[in-house]
Write a protein that binds this ligand. Structure first.
Ligand code: SF4
Length: 376
């Protein structure tokens, strides 16, 4: 397939691995301890496991799977709020499919649907708006979820609803923003990261400039990367080259998709519709200042949080669940005591086991763990 196959070429991958090995041999730090590279985005985590990239790399490189899967970092209390909205009489609750199985404290959206709530999977917020047009007697709520990648489409849908005067549509806004989250990781006392593979899709919207502080203040290299195996390998090579040269810069490997300035139309829609929350709760990472957005007062009539009374409670994860430690790269998924036993993709206890971009689900699916667990 054009534009795909050339980024999955085995010979080129083998040549890149050789170059990575040669580069690692020239980095003094690698002789004393592994070089820790965090891939921020869940899409990269998925590619890394799907194509067995981790197993191809020299043992001196350790990949750390970061918090860039929005489903994985959704706290239980927000899932409970979704269920509370969805179970109200007259409501049609619409959501992307990957949020359906995220566990709440009592039930997931999937279980609420089985119990009779009118919950519908959609592919875009515009689909939800269409449902609102066709059901004027019902309240249609869209579950807005995701980083800057999905934020603009929700914003554009709110603007469209306003243009058409559609009053029975609202958004339960759980959009989150990447930069404060990276800052929180960089400020973490147990930080053990030498460099970052930056998110491709988010950067398509925000560009590369917002990451400059990572290089200038924290002196960590970052390479914004595509998602095919050669993209990821080349980005790892670029990061290592920076470490070897003693540089810390923001580089863009994914220039075929990511303009350095991002997408100004998407940025304008985001700026018009949202404002930063003072703080937002992340599963496994706790509360992070200014890391979530809500609808501006001008769009309050489309804000499901204002339209419906919500429980809005903080709910702690099960005590044995170690999603937070996995998200910060402190432990590997298989080091959680629940991994592959109490917690599997069929019966997820933690959110990292729900989405295919969650590191626990990816390890389970592609790491040979599934076979081992089945054999046990
Ligand atoms: S195995 Fe389950 S509970 Fe443990 S860290 Fe992974 S998702 Fe969380």
């Amino acid at each position: 397939m054009k534009y795909i196959d050339e980024f999955r070429d085995r010979e080129k991958a083998a040549a890149l691995i050789k170059e990575i090995e040669a580069l690692v041999a020239e980095i003094p730090m690698a002789k004393e301890r592994p070089i820790h590279i965090m891939e921020v985005c869940g899409g990269h985590t998925h590619s890394i496991f799907r194509y067995g990239i981790e197993g191809m790399l020299p043992k001196e490189i350790e990949l750390v799977h970061g918090p860039g899967c929005p489903v994985c970092v959704l706290p239980m209390g927000r899932v409970d709020d979704c269920v509370a909205i969805a179970e109200r009489p007259g409501v049609i609750f619409t959501t992307f499919g990957d949020a359906m199985r995220v566990p709440g404290s009592k039930k997931s959206l999937m279980q609420a649907k089985a119990d009779g709530a009118d919950i519908r999977m959609v592919y875009s917020p515009m689909d939800a708006l269409e449902i609102a047009r066709k059901n004027p007697e019902r309240e249609v709520v869209f579950f807005g979820l995701g980083f800057e990648t999905t934020m603009p489409s929700t914003a554009l849908t709110v603007l469209q609803a306003e243009r058409e005067g559609i009053a029975n549509f609202s958004v339960f806004c759980n959009h989150i923003t990447i930069v404060p989250t990276l800052k929180a990781i960089l400020e973490s006392p147990d930080l053990n990261i030498d460099a970052f593979i930056g998110p491709g899709h988010v950067s398509m919207v925000i560009g590369t400039a917002p990451y400059e502080f990572i290089a200038s203040f924290y002196k960590k290299p970052m390479v914004v990367s595509g998602f095919e195996p050669l993209d990821v390998l080349q980005s790892i090579w670029m990061v290592l080259k920076q470490i070897k040269d003693g540089r810390a810069e923001i580089e863009n490997q994914y220039a075929r998709v990511v303009p350095d300035a991002g997408n100004s139309a998407a940025q304008d829609a985001v700026e018009k519709v949202y404002e930063l929350r003072d703080f937002f709760e992340w599963r496994g990472l706790g509360s992070i200042d200014h890391s979530g957005v809500k609808l501006r007062a001008a769009y309050a009539r489309y804000d499901a949080e204002l339209k419906f009374a919500l429980p809005n409670l903080q709910v702690a994860d099960p005590a044995a669940c170690q999603c937070g430690a996995v998200l910060k790269g402190v432990i590997k998924p298989w080091q959680c005591a629940l991994f592959g036993t109490a917690c599997t993709p069929e019966t997820p206890l933690g959110a990292l086991m729900v989405s295919s971009e969650g590191s626990c689900a990816a390890y389970y699916q592609y790491g040979g763990i599934k076979a081992q667990a089945g054999a046990a």
